[in-house]
Design a binder for this molecule. Structure first.
Ligand SMILES: Nc1ncnc2c1ncn2[C@@H]1O[C@H](COP(=O)(O)OP(=O)(O)O)[C@@H](O)[C@H]1O
Ligand SMILES: [Mg+2]
Length: 254
């Protein structure tokens, strides 16, 4: 579904990604792992048009996207969450979720003037979908709260609800359970399992190895901007390069 070919990204001459190539297959969950600073978030930023790769190509369903701005990539059906939460603090929880449907509500002014009843109907439908998403993530009670007053764990759930409400073709999740306690992690993990079993295509950046080993179909390992291994969780777990370059170090710092 998504293909990276020799993608590199430099920041002021320093390489954050060097010649990275891998595929994200349709209907599967691909985990992207690697130590801090390996380039995982930079990779997601390149895939979503937040950053433009310095060289290389990213294609989504055979279309070149690495030269497209973020809003166009989003319209093609790629959604994401951010490692450092990006929710709208002054909007309500429900309004935050509705922004995840903004590419579907986009009618012109003329449409708005000529077809008001249709628009009202459409608005109601979008709101129903947003409410259903809130329900899935246990946020119904807080639908009308301003997002800024939510606890950190609830904000993570709002991001995930927003990233999934629009029925995206590809969902990129940057550390969705980072900083959450065991109970909160379990809730999110359950949602990820549901998304996976309903056939969604996902790329998951995650440090929780138990979670990665359990739910990933494929694992891609980055280290210092280079892709050092790809394979099934079992293959990657037993890869000496990975053990040395990543798992060993992570065990040491965990
Ligand atoms: N906007 C930026 N400007 C300069 N350097 C950056 C920027 N974003 C990331 N980097 C650098 O790129 C490298 C990879 O960072 P990042 O993609 O955030 O890693 P990860 O998500 O794997 O922890 C790091 O050395 C980081 O300091
Ligand atoms: Mg990161």
């Amino acid at each position: 579904m998504l293909q990276l070919k020799n993608v590199s990204k430099n920041f002021g001459g320093l390489p954050a990604l060097s010649d990275v190539s891998f595929d994200v297959p349709r209907g599967k969950l691909t985990a992207l792992i690697g130590p801090n600073g390996a380039g995982k978030s930079t990779m997601i930023n390149c895939m979503t048009g937040v950053l433009e790769p310095s060289s290389g190509e990213i294609t989504f369903q055979q279309q070149l996207i690495s030269n497209l701005p973020a809003y166009k990539i989003s319209r093609l059906g790629i959604s994401r969450t951010f490692q450092n939460l990006k929710i709208f603090p002054r909007l309500t929880v429900l309004e935050n979720i509705l922004t995840g449907l903004s590419t579907e509500g986009g009618d012109s002014m003329i449409m708005a003037m000529l077809r008001l009843p249709y628009l009202r109907h459409q608005e109601r439908q979008l709101k129903l979908r947003a409410m259903a998403a809130l329900d899935r993530f246990g946020l119904t009670d807080k639908a009308n709260w301003p997002a800024r007053v939510l606890a950190y764990g609830d904000k993570k759930r709002v991001e995930l609800a927003r990233a999934t409400v629009g029925k995206p073709q590809l969902i990129l999740l940057d550390e969705p359970v980072a900083g959450l306690n065991a109970e909160e992690t379990a809730t999110i993990a359950e949602q990820l399992r549901l998304l996976r079993s309903s056939g969604h295509t996902m790329l998951l950046v995650e440090h929780d190895m138990d979670l990665v080993m359990e739910i990933a179909d494929q694992v891609v390992v980055l280290d210092s901007g280079k892709c050092i291994a790809t394979g099934t969780p079992a293959e990657v777990r037993n890869n000496p390069l990975v053990l040395e370059a990543y798992l060993g170090r992570m065990d040491a710092t965990a």
